[in-house]
Each structure stands twice: as structure tokens, then as C-alpha cells.
Design a protein around this ligand. Structure first.
Ligand code: ASP
Length: 325
């Protein structure tokens, strides 16, 4: 009988306590251990080994928790076991992308969660977990990196995002769509992403990285404040990578000291390289040493930046990694 490792990390899938979920009482809190998450049926032929890794709302899953997750995934992979991770939905996409880069070649790593607490009417956790286990057991899921299974859809980690605040169908890979689905007891993988970001491994450092969302009224002081004490910053810019021209010099100065990555806030396409030449547009920013995130949104770019900087690499290494796709 195949073995699967279920890593429980917290999130709504492990929450209960609002008398049926939402609208009353003190709100739901983490109340369930990993073994309580397992659906009573629908596990196929798998033997599930449960590990309670931590119990956090996913807004609190930072680099230290990602290290723990990576170590647990590596341990399972060393035994050849696929991994399913029960995780909060809020930052599931960041964790999925980190593990996609960290555990690229091993057995499948499948993340899922729930939008409704375990004691809510129509709780979606057991169904999502059952589907995630099916996908983890699917031989064709090997080699796809980390996958997110939610609402019977299978999403590739580089493209998936949480795109709704409360409905059960909260995940989307727009504008591309899921790479497969689970129907009845069958796993259908219908597409394989053609692009592959270079694998990364954690280094010993704990870099300070964050995202600054820039708009037309962003003050230079705020940009300096964002860069102060940071080892790297991701700017979330409009369009294909466009900022107010009066910030371009500030960006250029900072980009000489730390990796300053810029990502598009549009949620589709990629940063441009050679379309717009005005001050603050992508051609100007590139000339000033900023690093384009390419297809990655700001949140995923920050994850990659943090993993790179944990290895204490220089600005040019960061640039080369982002340029590789
Ligand atoms: N706040 C929760 C979390 O991310 C939301 C969820 O799991 O759906 O932990």
C-alpha cells in the first residue's frame, strides 16, 4: 500500500468554533490536529502518515516556517513518499511556489486547504484533502513540482493565486487556468507547464525581504524606508513595470546597493523590456539596474528573492536567476 505523508500546518482547514462557521461567536480558531482532517473515505489505497508540523494561520508562515516545511518535505522525499500539505489559503501560493523551487525533482508535493472551517455547513476541507491525496498518488504528478489542489482543480504552483476572499472556488491560475482536475476517482492532468524556473535550495542566512506596492503618489521617503535594513525589495508596479518618473533616481540608487526587483501588478503576462522609454518605465528601470520579475507576480518574486538571498548571493546572481525564464 503506498504511503503518503500529510503535513498539517494550520489554516481554516484545521479551524472550528464559530458554531457552524461565520457570522457569530468569537470567530474560528485552529482546533484540529492533522489526524482529524482526514476524510472518513476517499483515501484510495493510501496509508497516510500524519505529521503536525505547526498550527498557524497562513498569514504567519514566514521564512522560518518555510524552512521547517522544506525539511519535512525533503525527509519524506528521501523515503520516496509523496507529500500533501494542509495549509491556510491566504498565503498558500507563496508556500507552494517556495516548495516548487525547493523540491523540484522529488515525489509530488500537493498543497490544499479550505475556505470553510471544519464545523461549517458545507465544509470543503475533507473533499479538498481527499482530492489532494489522489493527486499526490498519481504517477503523472511527478516532475510537476508543487501542485495546489482546490475545488477539484489542479493548479501549477508558479501560476496559482488566491483570487477570492471567501468563496470555496478561491484559487485560480488566470489567465491560463488549471493544468488538470479530479473527476470521480480519476486524476486528469491535461497540461504541463513548458517553463521551468531553476531549482533553489535554502542557504544559512535569514534575509529581510518585502514587497512595496508603488502608486502615482508614492513618496521617495517611503521607498527609502522600505529599503532601509532590507536585503532585497520587490516593487509591485503598474502595467508592464511602470513607476512615476520622480522615483526612478531613488530606485536606481537603491538598486546599486541591494537587489531591487520589479513585478507587474496586473496578474497576467510579464514585465516588459523594450516597449516604454519614458522616465520610470521599464526601459529606464532596467538601465538603472532594477531586476525584472518576468512572469512572477510580486509575492512569488519575493519568495524567490528570499530563497536566493538566504544563500548570500550577489545582485548579479539574483539578476541571472530572474533572467533564466
Ligand atoms: N486565514 C486563513 C489562513 O490562511 C484562511 C484560510 O485558511 O482559508 O490560515
Amino acid at each position: 500500500m503506498p504511503r503518503i505523508v500529510l503535513l498539517s500546518t494550520g489554516g481554516t482547514i484545521a479551524m472550528a468554533g464559530a458554531g457552524g462557521g461565520g457570522g457569530g461567536g468569537g470567530g474560528v480558531e485552529i482546533a484540529l490536529a492533522g489526524r482529524d482532517l482526514l476524510p472518513s473515505g476517499g483515501l484510495g489505497e493510501a496509508r497516510v502518515e500524519v505529521r503536525d508540523l505547526f498550527a498557524l494561520p497562513s498569514s504567519g508562515i514566514g521564512l522560518a516556517a518555510l524552512r521547517q516545511l522544506d525539511a519535512a518535505v525533503c525527509e519524506a522525499a528521501a523515503d520516496g513518499d509523496p507529500v500533501v500539505i494542509a495549509h491556510g489559503t491566504d498565503t498558500l501560493e507563496e508556500t507552494a511556489f517556495a516548495l516548487h523551487l525547493l523540491a523540484a525533482d522529488g515525489p509530488p508535493v500537493v498543497l490544499t486547504g479550505a475556505m470553510r472551517a471544519a464545523d461549517a455547513v458545507g465544509a470543503d476541507g475533507p473533499g479538498n484533502l481527499s482530492a489532494a491525496i489522489r493527486v499526490a498518488l498519481e504517477p503523472q504528478a511527478r516532475g510537476l513540482g508543487a501542485l495546489v489542489v482546490f475545488g477539484d482543480e489542479i493548479h501549477a504552483a508558479p501560476f496559482v493565486r488566491k483570487t477570492h476572499a471567501f468563496r470555496p472556488a478561491a484559487f485560480s491560475s488566470a489567465p491560463l487556468g488549471p493544468i488538470g482536475w479530479v473527476v470521480e476517482d480519476r486524476v486528469r492532468l491535461v497540461m504541463r507547464p513548458a517553463l521551468q524556473w531553476p531549482a533553489l535550495a535554502f542557504g544559512p542566512a535569514d534575509p529581510r525581504t518585502h514587497v512595496l506596492s508603488v502608486n502615482a503618489d508614492t513618496e521617495p521617503d517611503w521607498v527609502y524606508a522600505a529599503a532601509a535594513g532590507a536585503d532585497g525589495v520587490v516593487l509591485e508596479l503598474s502595467g508592464g513595470g511602470h513607476a512615476p518618473g520622480r522615483l526612478a533616481g531613488v530606485f536606481g540608487e537603491i538598486a546599486g546597493r541591494i537587489p531591487l526587483v520589479f513585478a507587474s501588478r496586473t496578474g497576467g503576462g510579464e514585465t516588459l523590456r523594450s516597449s516604454y522609454g519614458y522616465s520610470g518605465a521599464e526601459m529606464d528601470l532596467l538601465a538603472r539596474g532594477l531586476i525584472p520579475a518576468g512572469l512572477l507576480d510580486a509575492r512569488k518574486a519575493r519568495i524567490a528573492l528570499a530563497l536566493l538571498l538566504s544563500r548570500e548571493v550577489g545582485i548579479e546572481d539574483v539578476r541571472a536567476w530572474f533572467a533564466s525564464v
